[in-house]
Design a protein around this ligand. Sequence first.
Ligand code: IVH
Length: 784
Amino acid sequence: MTAETRILELRAELLEHNRRYYQDDEPSISDAEYDQLFIELKTLEAKHPEFFSESSPTQTVGAAVLPGFKQVTHSVPMLSIQSVFDESQVRDFDRRVRGGISQLPTDLFASAAVVEYACEPKLDGLAVSLVYIDGVLASAGTRGDGTTGEDVLANVRTINSIPHRLTGTGWPSPLEVRGEVYMTKLGLERLNSAQEEIGKKTFANPRNAAAGSLRQLDSRITKRRPLEFCSYGVPGGHNEMPDTHAAILEQLRQWGFPISEELEVVQGIDACLAYHKSIGERRDDLAYDIDGVVYKVNSIADQQQLGFRSREPRWALAHKYPPMERETVVVGVDFQVGRTGAVTPVARLKPVQVAGVVVSNATLHNMGEIFRLGLMVGDTVSIRRAGDVIPQVVKVITEKRPADAEEIPVPKACPICGSLVEPTQLKKRAKGRVSMTDGAVYRCTGRLACAAQLKQAIVHFVSRRAMDIEGLGEKSVEQLVDEGLIASPADLYRLKFEDIVDLEGFAEVSSNKLLAAIADSKRPSLARFIYALGIPDVGEETAKVLARSLGSLQRVMVALPQVLTYLPDIGLEVAHEIHNFFEDEHNRSVIAQLLENGLQLQEEGELAAEFAASTTLAGLIAKLDIPSVGPTGAEKLVAKLQSLERIIAADGIDLRQALAAKQADAVREFFLVEANQALARSVEAQLREFGMHWESEKKVAQGLPLAGQTWVLTGSLERMSRDVAKDKLESLGAKVAGSVSAKTHCVVAGPGAGSKLAKAIELGLRVLDEDAFVAFLSEQGIAV
Ligand code: IVH
């Protein structure tokens, strides 16, 4: 092949990769491979200046503006920087810098000429340029092709760390600030799990995620994405600005811009290399992804003297780290069984060094991921390591698939216990119809009969944030299960000294300690207990929400999915998981045994007032999934017909007075099905049983503190009459009832209280004496 052909070939290839990277936010090769092609092209072009072309990827940056965006023209082009991997290339850079700064001693043996550099991490996100006029954010653009970028002002305004208005004084106008929009590792992780939950595509790395989020035509989407900003400079003429790079950044910080916490000013290139080393050692621990560090000549005067060379400044250098992404071959796929029975495929890899760590396994998350990647055994894949997270398969390099690649079969039986493996079912709604489809997650149906699930269920049950039983590590749990000493978490509370003292690593002392720790764990809070049960998709937060809102294990266990969706952050999917868990005979029996074995839940109590306040009849109707009837339709229906029974009984004519014909017919049709009537009635009945009252809606709307609560007054009050007390309670939104029941929120008992007080105590209700009641009223701003 002639040099010219190869140059043309490389240009075409690089342009295509640029398009995928910048325009589609979906690169098809790793950064390292890109760099290799780029360097090859650059070298060939340097050898053959006769083939120079202005449109070569070596002479341009980025890619054209995505259709749909307005353009911004950059006052000063947004350039790239030279990037290198080796120490020798870093030293070459320093030599060129020293040679280019004439103020420095031009002595040929100028080893004493030490340049001051500012060092910063090179964030892996995307560059934006922000323009402030009179201190107010007026324009924001992506790099684009370097000269014109996409106008992303609306999206940039949704990023919290970018100031809309500058703080402090003394800013020039216009002020242009450049920096990187990026996503933290945690932000990406959260975004990806949210994307996965709603069946949307996940992002391979923070850079793609940041770019994909910023380059959205709908800024409401951008607003929901965890984007961050870090400024790294101001372009071009620096009139009115400090005279060093570091001082400029400090100035930017004072005007309200985030700058890197890792910024360091150092003397000479050896110190730069030390900086590279020290940041490199902490790379995994940083909250964000970096692909290198950047050295910049700190003096602005020196920067100006050094100037630019084609598309790069002569005063800055990116010193890169080995990529976190590498290619290797998948030699097999194993299946692991998790706590909830989820069968997780794990790719066995031909061992490969990824940024200093040998990687031989990568998680594939679930079967859906295998389908999405189109992975086969024998495939070459690109794998990515990010911090301590288990390495992931980013993509399959299909062009490298060998002829004998093998399909990965969906396992039919659990590799541990042999039970049937089934896909989870997902509810899909389309055009008002609900259908079930196979989810991405496959589960072993063996539950606690499956040793893998049992072991992990117990490890989770005893863990610090759950029942907090110390002295029971994974190894001991394994032994207890393998020896047949425990077959469910409830069995822990039956363990005897003789059972454990002979186990490996269990001398007398630790046996006693363990038994004491088990005994100590018998009084967990409701939230801890719910979390410890290990209900699929119920983490600590959800467990707290359940405990706080519903107040008792009894209510959590019987709650219908539709009722659960009234709680904050619980969607229908999770609600079904919770409901199914407690419907399960086996789970119920384990819970019963736990309580029999002496477990006493603490902090059980009332249904939360906020929960009572969030339940409305219109909300209930909206949750029934009646085709074409959303929240607004439900509101109209309730405004007209007032009660569920009237809505169920309504004929077409009644309904059409409240709703459009199509919706009215849908409601009629829906309630003609008896199962639907029954569902609606049971949801309503449960909400009422849980202590919520439609009547309280108006008071709730006024935000009264006791809205939805029922109080009972008993005995004689000395500081006010019963009627006055009743008025005061009602003014706070409570209903005052004559008799005590499980639905009562609080009993105020004066001297002489009798059977009502006894009943309240028996039911474990909150009881206030007169002093406590008066104190409570005064807390609410009511004087007596
Ligand atoms: S300085 C003229 N500093 O890396 C010099 N760039 O090739 C302008 N980047 O896409 C860039 N962190 O967005 C600079 N601390 C940093 C950076 C940084 C990330 C990105 C930049 C550009 C690329 C430079």
